[in-house]
Design a protein around this ligand. Structure first.
Ligand SMILES: Nc1nc2c(ncn2[C@@H]2O[C@H](COP(=O)(O)O[C@H]3[C@@H](O)[C@H](n4cnc5c(=O)[nH]c(N)nc54)O[C@@H]3COP(=O)(O)O)[C@@H](O)[C@H]2O)c(=O)[nH]1
Length: 510
């Protein structure tokens, strides 16, 4: 693999995506939980206020009945007030006051207590202890004015405790009257027990002079989060990893055909297949041509015509050829015992590879990685490429020659050129294009052409490989014409390395 950082980076991006989605999910779940409990609190407050209002309203009506009992004479009236207390829900006692002084109580009979001891600021509701101060039981006093008489009812605090119970221990509810706060255990506070960062919610009754104060927790338990946002919880739990997988698969998916090819080269999906080349006279294996095949996991075996042009255009042809050479070399090392002396291995090179000069380094590296003299490396260059008369190509070919590399002109005869270049370049082999052999028998002209090419090559001391040999008649004709080597389906199609080893090397090997 050329670049192992890419999958790690992709993996990190995928994990980050999943974590980011979980983070967003956590924030949304938090918000959802807050608003769920806020809505519940609002409902609970409204219900509590209507229940408390109902208590005060009931007691208020009893105060109306108490006004009918008004008298200046306390002992008789106290008796009647006691009877009324027994019949009135929620009331513990009734007291009568005139000119700012309580003078008669259903509990204590005749008394003289300033009303202001119970009610500050002319309010109608107040807290006090009673009826026995030593017991410290909280009562709530409700006062009502009837002309020049004030009647006061006391209501035990425990009637309110149920409505002061929060959803959990962290949540405190208070009944607030005139700056005092009654909690659910009957304790009276001068301020709600709230930490500075806790949230408080206050709702006042529109009928009576009190309000409810909820001190809410600054955080919720896992259980509460789960109860309030179970659906969101599962949705984000699932979406996080799914998005991560999606990001990862999108990132590793090649974005263009070029990228796809680059990835394929990286993954070693471009593999060398081998086609035998034989001695014309004996039919014995003398070498092979390396032909690229793209073994794609998604599209199967892709032939070179479908990706070599793209590889050349995108300059991926150089890394591709280099990787093919790496695979060929390791195959040759595995099979070295079966390779006969003088075995030729022909590899196709593009003009980019030659012009860049990198071919020299790559061929040297290839040969240095093999035992001395194990094979002859043949560099195949198409005629059309070499025809771009270029001194640079000549220089490169000369240096390759010095390395012991054999130079073959591929597709010879298709360039419609004058043949003077055959003398100018350091060449060794002419590969006769298969179009000349297709009609070898019926087309006499083609037979003459092949004869002419073989004749020229002999005169220039070049060897010939005739491609496209498909029948026995082709073989017979080419024997007569004196071609050096033959290549074609008659002998064998290009096959993967393992098959080539089995069919050819292990059959004829030393
Ligand atoms: N630069 C590179 N070019 C490459 C490489 N690998 C292949 N190629 C070039 O792709 C062209 C198509 O090759 P392929 O489909 O592999 O075809 C080869 C043979 O399969 C085919 N052949 C051989 N014998 C016969 C036959 O009897 N009948 C018949 N119909 N076809 C036959 O000919 C192709 C041989 O090509 P070549 O000798 O190279 O001209 C082709 O131009 C390849 O060069 C690569 O790695 N790099």
């Amino acid at each position: 693999m050329k670049n192992k950082k890419i999958p790690v980076r992709n993996m990190l991006l995928a994990i980050s995506t999943a974590l980011a989605i979980w983070l967003v999910g956590a924030l949304l779940i938090h918000q959802q939980t807050l608003s769920t409990y806020q809505a519940e609190d609002e409902i609970s407050m409204a219900n509590a206020i209507s229940r408390i209002d109902m208590i005060f309203e009931t007691v208020n009506q009893s105060l109306g009945k108490a006004s009918d009992l008004y008298s200046d004479r306390c002992p008789e009236m106290a008796h009647s007030l006691r009877q009324l207390t027994a019949l009135s829900p929620y009331s513990r006692s009734f007291s009568m006051a005139k000119q700012g002084t309580i003078y008669c109580s259903s509990l204590s009979g005749e008394v003289a207590i300033p009303v202001s001891d119970y009610f500050k600021n002319d309010r109608k509701l107040s807290f006090s202890y009673g009826p026995v101060p030593a017991q410290k039981t909280q009562v709530i006093n409700l006062k009502r004015q009837f002309q020049n008489v004030e009647i006061i009812a006391s209501i035990p605090g425990f009637y309110f405790y149920n409505d002061l119970t929060g959803q959990n221990d962290k949540e405190q509810h208070y009944l607030s009257i005139d700056g005092h706060y009654l909690d659910r255990s009957g304790q009276l506070h001068t301020a709600p027990l709230a930490r500075s960062n806790t949230r408080t919610r206050v709702q006042a009754s529109t009928n009576y002079d009190y309000s409810l104060v909820y001190v809410l927790p600054d955080s919720y338990t896992w259980r509460q989060y789960y109860q309030a946002s179970a659906v969101l919880f599962f949705v984000f739990l699932a979406i996080g990893p799914l998005a991560g997988v999606w990001v990862y698969s999108t990132l590793i998916k090649p974005k263009s055909l070029r990228k796809k090819l680059e990835v394929a080269i990286d993954r070693g999906e471009i593999q060398p297949w081998f086609q035998p080349q034989v001695d014309t006279l004996t039919g014995e294996l003398t070498g092979c041509e390396v032909l690229a095949r793209w073994i794609s996991t998604s599209d199967g075996i892709i032939p070179p015509n479908q990706f070599i042009p793209l590889a050349e255009e995108s300059r991926l042809i150089i890394p591709m050829t280099r990787d093919l050479m790496r695979q060929v070399r390791s195959w040759l090392l595995t099979e070295k015992r079966h390779i006969t002396p003088g075995f030729h291995v022909s590899i196709n090179f593009s003009s980019h590879h030659i012009l860049s000069g990198q071919i020299i380094k790559d061929c040297r590296h290839f040969l240095n990685g093999l035992p001395d003299g194990l094979i002859h490396l043949v560099v195949e260059i198409t005629e059309s490429e070499i025809l771009n008369d270029n001194r640079q190509i000549n220089d490169v070919l000369t240096q390759l020659h010095q390395l012991g590399v054999i130079i073959a002109i591929d597709d010879f005869g298709t360039g419609y050129s004058n043949l003077s270049y055959l003398q100018d370049y350091p060449l060794d082999i002419l590969k006769v294009d298969r179009k000349f052999i297709t009609h070898l028998e019926p087309e006499v002209a083609h037979r003459h052409l092949i004869a002419g090419i073989i004749d020229i090559s002999k005169k220039l001391d070049l060897s010939t490989v005739v491609e496209g040999v498909e029948t026995e008649k082709h073989v017979e004709s080419l024997k007569q014409l004196g071609a050096t080597w033959l290549q074609g389906f008659y002998y064998g199609k290009p096959v993967p390395a393992s098959e080539f080893s089995r069919i050819w090397l292990k059959k004829t090997g030393a």
